[in-house]
Write a protein that binds this ligand. Structure first.
Ligand SMILES: N[C@@H](CCC(=O)N[C@@H](CS)C(=O)NCC(=O)O)C(=O)O
Length: 224
């Protein structure tokens, strides 16, 4: 039987992407929870010597790194279960375009909005709003970015649906609200309501406590 291991972290949205995809496909795997910010295991460093980051999927002893690469690998390797990418080459190109947009633009800007202060935060907030407007337009009348069912873009956008909502609340921000972005708001509800997603999200209390501690540490460091 195929041996599938995921080196991840319980609270990471990047790690979550891979867990959701494996669960959607019905692939059994062993999860190795790396304490990435304190200690990186020798196996993680062996499997991802270039970036030294989670997630890493190890399939029959062979490592695959970078979540977008891993998601495509999963889709191609386990064809049973729902497809994460469409078959049509043009549609596949569009999926890659949007996942790249999410990773290169949306995730870093939304993250920065929560962790910066002053002028830097004002600018990041404005940029985040513009990026969210683009996503709102892309959703249009679709239930999911993937159409009627969850696809790779939805999974890659998971940071926005859950992690960012927790972070913006802790930061006292209201960048993404249902009033400002009704389509994204409906997408978040539908996405988080899917059983596979709901059952595999990190517990809200635990994630909130983890981020709160990081916020307090950042504030203490800034006050020094
Ligand atoms: N581009 C990577 C990003 C993964 C990533 O940022 N992982 C973080 C955890 S959320 C990590 O391992 N950080 C450890 C470090 O930066 O040393 C991907 O898509 O897989």
């Amino acid at each position: 039987m195929a041996e599938v291991k995921l080196f991840g972290n319980w609270g990471s949205p990047f790690s979550g992407r891979i867990e959701f995809a494996l669960k959607l496909k019905g692939v059994e795997y062993e999860f190795i929870d790396e304490d990435i910010y304190n200690y990186k295991s020798p196996l993680l460093l062996k499997y991802n010597p270039v970036h030294k980051k989670i997630p890493v999927l190890v399939h029959n002893g062979k490592p695959i790194c970078e979540s977008l690469v891993i998601l495509e690998y999963i889709d191609e390797t386990w064809e049973k279960g729902p497809s994460l990418l469409p078959k049509d080459p043009y549609e596949r190109a569009l999926v890659r375009f949007w996942t790249k947009f999410l990773d290169e633009k949306c995730v870093p800007t939304l993250w920065k909005t929560c962790w910066s202060i002053g002028e830097e935060q004002v600018k990041a907030k404005e940029e985040s709003t513009e990026l969210l407007k683009i996503l709102e337009g892309t959703l249009s009348d679709k239930k999911f970015f993937g159409g009627d069912s969850i696809g790779m873009v939805d999974i890659v956008a998971n940071f926005i649906s859950y992690w960012f909502i927790i972070l913006q609340e802790l930061a006292g921000l209201q960048v993404l609200t249902k009033e400002k972005f009704p389509k994204l708001g409906a997408w978040i509800d539908d996405y988080l309501n899917c059983n596979i997603i709901k059952e595999n999200l990190p517990p809200k209390d635990k994630l909130t406590a983890y981020f709160r501690a990081r916020f307090e540490a950042a504030a203490a460091a800034a006050a020094k």
